[in-house]
Design a protein. Sequence first.
Length: 355
Amino acid sequence: MNTERIISLQNLIDALQDCKRLNALAAVSGMPSSTFKFSLVRTLDGWKEELKQWSTNQDSPVPRKIAVSAMAVLPSNSFAPLIEVTAAAWLRNLHLIVKPARGSDKFVKRWIEIIRQLLPSFDITETFETSKLDYDRLIVFGSDETVDIFRKRFGREKDLFGFGHRFSIAYVDSDLENAAENAAADIVSWNQLGCLSPQTIFVKSKLVFDFAEVLAEKINKAEQIYPRGEVNIETSYEIQRIRREVAVRDNSKVIASTNSTAWTVLLSPDNRLESCPLNRTAWVKPADSIQELNSILSPHIHHVEAIGIWPEDKLNSVLKEESKKLSDTYLLLGKMQSPSLSRMHSGLPPLAFTL
């Protein structure tokens, strides 16, 4: 059993939530401090119950007797993959080499410094060198094109874990007030920039207008406590462009922050998936059943990372219908940014068990 490493990871979760360490990481995250702390704590919360179970049974990840090396190529839009791969590498006894994305090197450096303090025996280092990929495992987060480039260069398919473009959506069956509050929390966390962030929320047709109004209210309230922060000019332009476009469509509506692009709710009767500029921009569209949702998502099945469901009894009924599932990951709305370490990721087995 992996008891010692599991207990160390449990202690790490508590230690990372120390104010001094949280502030040190937030200072180099590029996010407002309160927003970073909110996002990190939600990610770590997803591990707690699972680690507790692993500490008392035999179904936990097994550490390698002889450590192997793994290089992780990180994405530019989210810190969540770094956090996940750190935990997986520790549980599996890997030497982890981290390649930061452009602009995130300060955060990665600070993260490694703190992890080394808290887990002194963990061999974790940083590199900017990718000309030689002489590692036992290669983990790549990024666009499909980035994954394909590294796949060709690495040449060993069985030792490559590639996580390309994926997106998540949500479905609300009832209980609009709580659904909107939970959806807002998932959208605000990591500023909606991870693959588990809901981009489109489907709601029953008769409830769609009401839900959009309540969702806007909840995101606006969250913005006062956990501000999004600045975005680049290109992102700001894209958010403004899509606001203008949707505003002139028939039976559509834009509810948005004033004098800024801080948050946007886009209501449309057209239930087809549309591109989303993220950064707290959410589509609200109609779907009257899980069956209708499945039909909408079918053309995009290979890019669906997770589906959030509300309320919980609806999620439970969906989970029972194995043959009709369109995703490896169904989550309770409000917990989409608190995934377990044993979830399927982009259709691949959990890193904590397979690295």
